[in-house]
Design a protein around this ligand. Structure first.
Ligand code: HEM
Length: 128
């Protein structure tokens, strides 16, 4: 049905949790990304599940629990370069591919996440 939200197409809460779990498994093994994250990613994965739910057109679970996302502000404590954004997106793409999402859905999700990821960049890449 063409009126379904991306949230429904991905498989609602269950589909998002699966994606988030495989995404953070990849993040934790990424030598560039992992130093920015806490060792225990349970809370991070929980927040991302709530955020992606509302980002993809599901109920506003993140806002209900944590307030306005203000994602750029919440990422300011972490020095994020374009390299981090690329690697974040690469982990997300591999997580989606592992889940065998329908290719149109995957392209749509990645194009939206790409805008958000580059919006988080707050630090210039050092040349050395
Ligand atoms: C939190 C890194 C992009 C959504 C975080 C945290 C880090 C981080 C280090 C804190 C983890 C914690 O303390 O629990 C990055 C990096 C990115 C990136 C390096 C590369 C561009 C994104 C994108 C989204 C996103 C594109 C949205 C689709 C979130 C959310 C949180 C979070 C919802 C939890 C915020 C909170 O309530 O504290 N991110 N992030 N991030 N990130 Fe990202």
């Amino acid at each position: 049905d063409e009126k379904k939200t991306p949230y429904e197409l991905i498989g609602q809460r269950h589909g998002i949790e699966k994606l988030v779990t495989s995404f953070y498994a990849l993040v934790s093994k990424d030598p560039v990304l992992s130093p920015l994250f806490p060792e225990d990613l349970t809370e991070t994965a929980y927040k991302q599940t709530l955020f992606l739910t509302q980002f993809l057109g599901g109920p506003p679970l993140y806002t209900e629990e944590f307030g306005h996302p203000m994602l750029r502000a919440r990422h300011m404590p972490f020095p994020i370069t374009d390299v981090h954004a690329e690697r974040w997106l690469s982990c997300m793409e591999r997580a989606m591919t592992g889940q065998k999402l329908e290719s149109h859905l995957q392209e749509f999700l990645l194009s939206r996440l790409k805008m958000t990821a580059y919006h988080m960049v707050n630090t210039e890449r050092s040349e050395n």
